[in-house]
Every structure is written in structure tokens, then in C-alpha cells.
Design a protein around this ligand. Structure first.
Ligand code: GLP
Length: 265
């Protein structure tokens, strides 16, 4: 795992957007795993700007979202399909037929979960998976005690997650209680992972996810098992990390990061 500390949320989001863009330029057929949440909104804004200003091309790219609520129509403003349309898809030249979500309205949810896994496999697996970090340390909707080898399945949401996502629904009572999510095992199979976390309210959970012991109680700790995982944080979210000095040294000195340093967003 590598940790990159950026001065603020804008710089952190800009770095993530530039990493995505560089992968997409290198492989126009990229299979891109997408995440939702407030933290990702800025990343998508920056990718839209790169599409408009630099011609960043999404026409051949295929996308798979991490998760979707059970029982919400895709047109519901709280659904992740709606979120992705609003923040990214309708502003870039991605082919809507190449954008994939688990169907939370499928008559047989178990079969839908297996079909989603099969579809990911059919596309050759995910090349780059973006991840946000839930308040209790979940990735996707892999709530506490999610098996570290879990696959796509239905999960019941914790009160913390319901609270966290309540603003998208106008109150916790309106948040669906269940969601389909890629499993921790599914996520760990992506060739590259990039997690973005910003703000002081994430400082504790970032420290646990990155430097704490691996535990099914905090699914993000499983990222420590991945051979190519980059965690991008701002100073506020990095505040509780013990090894910051070392992480900064790596970013400033390792040649692979040279194209991504000292960028003024
Ligand atoms: C939801 C999503 C997660 C995301 C998390 C972070 O729970 N299912 O994939 O990581 O929100 O949200 P935010 O960026 O709003 O803190």
C-alpha cells in the first residue's frame, strides 16, 4: 500500500482524477470500478473538466459501480445510478451501455449478485477500482464483519451508514435498509485500487484502515492485502497516521510518482 498526502481536499481529488486519466489514456478500454459518496464528487467534476478541456476520452471505457441500494428505481435521486449520471456519465462521452450497476430491483437478488460477478469476469476483471471510505471503515457497503473473501451480495446497512447517507434522501427514515455491494474479495481482485478520503472526520478511520490490524470489523483494512493499492488523503484525513514522514518521502522521491508531483490544481 502507498499513502499519498496532499495539502487539501482539492489537491487530493485532483491527484486521483489525474491517476484515473493517466490509466484511461494508457488503456482506452479500461474497466473502471466507480464509487459514490460526497468525497468522489470533486473527482468526477475534475474528470468532466479534463474531458471538456483536454479531450479525455471515455468512449471505449467500461464501468462497474461498487454498489446500489435495494428497491430504489434508477431514476430515484438517491440511487447510485442517478448519482453517476448526474456527476459523470451525462457530462462525458461514455457509452451508457458500457456502464454497469448491480440491479437492486431484480426479482431474484441472489441471482443478480452472481450475474454481476459473472459480468465483471466476462469483461476481464476490473483494471482500476476507485474507493471511498465509509465512516465506520467500509468500502462499498461492506459493513462490519463482512468476510474478507466476500463476493457481491446483499448487505443490511448499519445505523452509522444510514445516518451518513441520510442527506441524499432527506432523512434517515427514507434511506433503504439494504444494498447490493461488491464483496471485499471482489474488490481485492481489481488490478489496482485507489482509495480517496478527505476531511478531519475521516482521520481516525484512515489511521485504522492503513496502519491498524486487518479485521473484518473494518473492511478497508483488507486493502493492506492488495499488491497495488494507493490511498490518497488530505492533511486533515492524514492527521492520525504514524508513518506520514515516510509516506511523504516515498511520494517525493520514487520515480513512478514524478509525473504526479507538485501539480497546482
Ligand atoms: C457510501 C458508499 C461508499 C462510500 C461512502 C463514503 O457508503 N457506499 O462506497 O465510500 O459512502 O461516503 P462519503 O464520501 O460521502 O464520505
Amino acid at each position: 500500500m502507498e499513502v499519498i498526502i496532499q495539502p487539501d481536499a482539492l489537491a487530493a481529488s485532483s491527484l486521483v482524477a489525474r491517476l484515473v486519466a493517466s490509466e484511461l489514456r494508457a488503456n482506452p478500454y479500461l474497466v473502471l470500478g466507480l464509487a459514490t459518496g460526497r468525497t468522489m464528487e470533486r473527482v468526477y467534476q475534475l474528470l468532466v473538466a479534463m474531458h471538456r478541456e483536454e479531450g479525455l476520452d471515455f468512449s471505449l471505457c467500461r464501468t462497474f459501480n461498487l454498489d446500489e441500494y435495494v428497491g430504489l428505481p434508477p431514476t430515484h435521486p438517491g440511487s447510485f445510478r442517478y448519482y453517476m449520471n448526474e456527476h459523470l456519465f451525462k457530462h462525458v462521452n461514455v457509452d451508457p451501455r458500457n456502464t454497469h450497476f448491480p440491479d437492486g430491483n431484480a426479482p431474484d437478488l441472489e441471482a443478480e449478485c452472481q450475474a454481476y460477478e459473472a459480468k465483471i469476469r466476462r469483461f476481464g476483471g476490473i483494471d482500476l477500482q476507485l474507493l471511498g471510505l465509509g465512516r465506520a471503515g467500509h468500502i462499498g457497503f461492506n459493513e462490519p464483519l463482512s468476510a474478507l473473501r466476500s463476493r457481491t451480495r446483499v448487505k443490511a446497512l448499519t445505523p452509522t451508514t444510514i445516518e451518513q447517507n441520510a442527506p441524499f434522501f432527506g432523512g434517515p427514515d427514507k434511506v433503504p435498509r439494504r444494498a447490493i455491494t461488491m464483496g471485499v474479495g471482489t474488490i481485492l481482485e481489481a488490478r489496482r485500487l485507489i482509495l480517496l478520503a478527505t476531511g478531519s472526520e475521516k482521520a481516525d478511520i484512515v489511521a485504522k484502515a492503513v496502519e491498524g490490524p486487518i479485521t473484518a470489523m473494518i473492511s478497508a483494512t483488507a486493502l493492506q492485502l492488495h499488491p497495488r493499492c494507493t490511498v490518497v488523503v488530505d492533511e486533515a484525513a492524514a492527521a492520525r497516521l504514524q508513518g506520514s514522514e515516510y509516506y511523504r518521502w516515498i511520494f517525493e522521491n520514487e520515480p513512478e510518482w514524478a509525473p504526479f508531483r507538485q501539480h497546482q490544481p
